[in-house]
Write a protein that binds this ligand. Sequence first.
Ligand code: DGP
Ligand code: NA
Ligand code: NA
Length: 211
Amino acid sequence: HKEKSEKNRGAFILLEGCDRSGKTTQAQLLLQSLKDKGQNVEFARFPERSSEIGKVIDQYLKSTTNEKNLKSMHLLFTANRWELMEDIVKKIKKGTTYVIDRYAYSGIVYSMANGLDKEWCIRMESNLPKPDIVLFLDLSVEDAAKRGEYGKERYEKKAFQQKVRDNYHQLIEDNWKVIDATQTKEEIAKQLLDLSLKTIEESKNKPIQTI
Ligand code: DGP
Ligand code: NA
Ligand code: NA
């Protein structure tokens, strides 16, 4: 029989997308709208750069040299997910919904774009808690680039982002919703809110799955 703490759990809502997809802005709007609806909701992002592992990741993302070993770097990103998910899952089980900006799928698509094997990347993320819904903000690299210059970090280049987008399209599963990110900010926000409220309702008494 199910533990009491697993009834009426919160949902795990994930936002994924290329750099400049509007993901971070939408995550904040979604968080606020859910709070306005009276939902018990918190926010997290990956990589979370403030932990010890996160600091190494932050330095890596800000540097442009290529001397780092790609597989060990991938495992640091994965470790960063594990180190935070334990607490997050505890809170989800007690009824808090989480809106999360990037997660295992970013890990897979960015590391694949670096040339790592798809199956290896997927395997390294296995057994992490699985999101109840993946809201994938999708737009062409041309449209993303029109939004202004890419930033200065390692992956913020057009050719690389094209690979990332193609890789995302290879991962789409049943629990993914592809959102047309060329719509207005308000239109996107409304879709994300409707999908999230539906997901919160539907996830309440379901066990949390794993990747
Ligand atoms: P931001 O979401 O703006 O904090 O940027 C984080 C960057 O790191 C973004 O370009 C995506 C990339 N990223 C996120 N997770 C992973 C991962 O697990 N592996 C790799 N290689 N890159 C990642
Ligand atoms: Na970024
Ligand atoms: Na971001």
